[in-house]
Design a protein around this ligand. Structure first.
Ligand code: NDP
Length: 445
């Protein structure tokens, strides 16, 4: 590692030793960026890296709300505004018990690079809470969202910071959050993305992350003389990203044979029936286990990590961070996997990524592969600013173009730095250079 880069990383470890997800994300990025700093020694004098790894600000707040029994519950809310060098802060809100400052910082840091890769003018941020929407009534979720927004509204705005959905935040939560923002501020502006179609949402936003993942994967496969046609595909998760990744993979000729949730996974050798998955997950908010009870021949197994033992050509981890560890990677390799593309954020551990790359598996990192969601959010912002709505086909075409462009850029950056086909290096370098350029132009801020 470049000496300056190492010094900055060690300083970060000293000050943030307990933030393990954040340090994991930063380490991967800095290792990839090392050759950039070899080439640009002048960056050190500008303190560029020290500024880049430190968020502009991290807001932490109390979220009190009343449950259905009349009892007051208290959660913790977060918004980390990481970097707005190339546009307003943009990034989702996650509601999950595992949320803490380290998780939100890792996601915000990754978001800066991802948003830069889209080539659209959006900076990076992320937020959320340790509130668990699972098992809560609609009214409880509404009261939580209203309380959360009653604090958050002070820090966001259509030209300032534009949150969106993430794990645990879908159309229902965005609706409640938007309603409260509008009530408090009196503004009808594009302050959130992922909105419902009746109040400013964009067609194809719901599908965008999963579709975009497959567009980028397809571009990567094409470069290597391959396609989805006739391939066995494993998709982990069964949430927003996973469902639409599975749909597009199927449309492109692949056969999705397995999906999961945090309890376990199903295998359906006939190809997963997505109507059944959507009914269970989007309508009933149920468990994936129910799929096996409804579809003859499908088998359910407890434990979500077992999904990587299912034989496949293409694996799309679309659930959560660190879901694919080295053991999972070795199982995929042993079964002859050809490509792994991350739909989730940092689903593959550092060791698993190295193992896959060493085995010659094509590997597309999340900051490039799942950028379709935020790119389409930026298209939603454009439509809101113009007071116009584009057709599904228009948005989908733009999304496809953006994902193919991202692949071309990360491929070119990897090549330029002598590491052809290493898309981890390519994505980190391509994403970083644009932000670095803007930060240098802005002076010492
Ligand atoms: P959802 O909440 O819709 O779905 C999450 C899925 O992951 C569910 O199937 C969930 O299972 C599973 N999951 C959650 N936590 C765990 C865990 N600890 N172990 C195993 N499985 C788990 O979220 P999204 O689909 O929106 O997000 C999935 C990933 O994609 C996240 O990493 C997110 O940051 C990333 N992402 C999302 C974007 C978007 O547009 N939505 C954009 C870019 C990235 P269960 O129901 O059992 O909890």
């Amino acid at each position: 590692m470049n000496a300056y880069v190492e010094k900055v990383y060690n300083g970060l470890v000293e000050r943030n030793g307990h933030e393990k997800e954040f340090l994991q994300a930063v380490r991967e990025v800095l290792e990839a960026l090392s050759p950039v700093f070899d080439k640009h020694p002048e960056y050190e004098n500008k303190g560029l890296l020290e500024r880049f790894v430190e968020p502009d600000r991290a807001i932490l707040f109390r979220v009190p709300w009343v449950d259905d029994n009349g009892k007051v519950q208290v959660n913790r809310g977060y918004r980390v505004q990481y970097n707005n060098a190339i546009g307003p802060y943009k990034g989702g809100l996650r509601l999950h018990p595992s949320v803490n400052l380290s998780v939100i910082k890792f996601l915000g840091f990754e978001q800066v690079l991802k948003n830069s890769l889209t080539s659209l003018p959006i900076g990076g941020g992320k937020g959320g809470s340790d509130f668990d929407p699972k098992g809560k009534s609609d009214n409880e979720v509404m009261r939580f969202c209203q309380s959360f927004m009653t604090e958050l509204f002070k820090y966001i705005g259509a030209d300032e910071d534009v949150p969106a959905g993430d794990i645990g935040v879908g159309a229902r939560e965005i609706g409640f959050l938007y309603g409260q923002y509008k009530r408090i501020t009196g503004l009808y502006e594009g302050v959130l993305t992922g909105k419902g179609l009746s109040y400013g949402g964009s067609l194809a936003r719901k599908e965008a992350t999963g579709f975009g993942l497959c567009y980028l994967t397809n571009a990567m496969l094409r470069k290597h003389g391959q396609s989805f046609e006739g391939k066995r595909v494993v998709v982990s998760g069964s949430g927003n990203v996973a469902i639409y990744a599975a749909q597009k993979a199927t449309e492109l000729g692949g056969k999705v044979v397995a999906m999961s949730d945090s309890n376990g996974y199903i295998v359906d050798e006939n190809g997963v029936n997505l109507d059944v998955i959507k009914q269970i997950k989007e309508v009933e908010r149920g468990r994936i286990k129910e799929y096996a009870a409804r579809v003859p021949g499908a088998v359910y197994t407890e434990g979500f990590r077992g999904i990587w033992t299912v034989k496949c050509d293409i694996a799309l981890p679309c659930a959560t961070q660190n879901e694919l560890n080295e053991e999972g990677a070795q199982a995929l390799i042993a079964n002859g996997v050809f490509a792994v593309a991350e739909g989730a954020n940092m689903p593959t551990t550092y060791e698993a990524t190295l193992a896959l790359q060493k085995a010659g598996v094509l590997f597309a990192p999340g900051k490039a592969a799942n950028a379709g969601g935020v790119a389409t959010s930026a298209l939603e912002m454009s439509q809101n600013s113009q007071r116009l709505s584009w057709t599904f086909q228009e948005v989908d075409q733009k999304l496809k173009g953006i994902m193919e462009n991202i692949f071309a850029n990360i491929d070119a950056a990897a090549k330029e730095y002598g590491q052809e086909d290493n898309y981890v290096v390519g994505a980190n370098i391509a994403g970083f250079l644009k932000v670095a350029d803007a930060m240098l132009a802005h002076g010492c801020v």
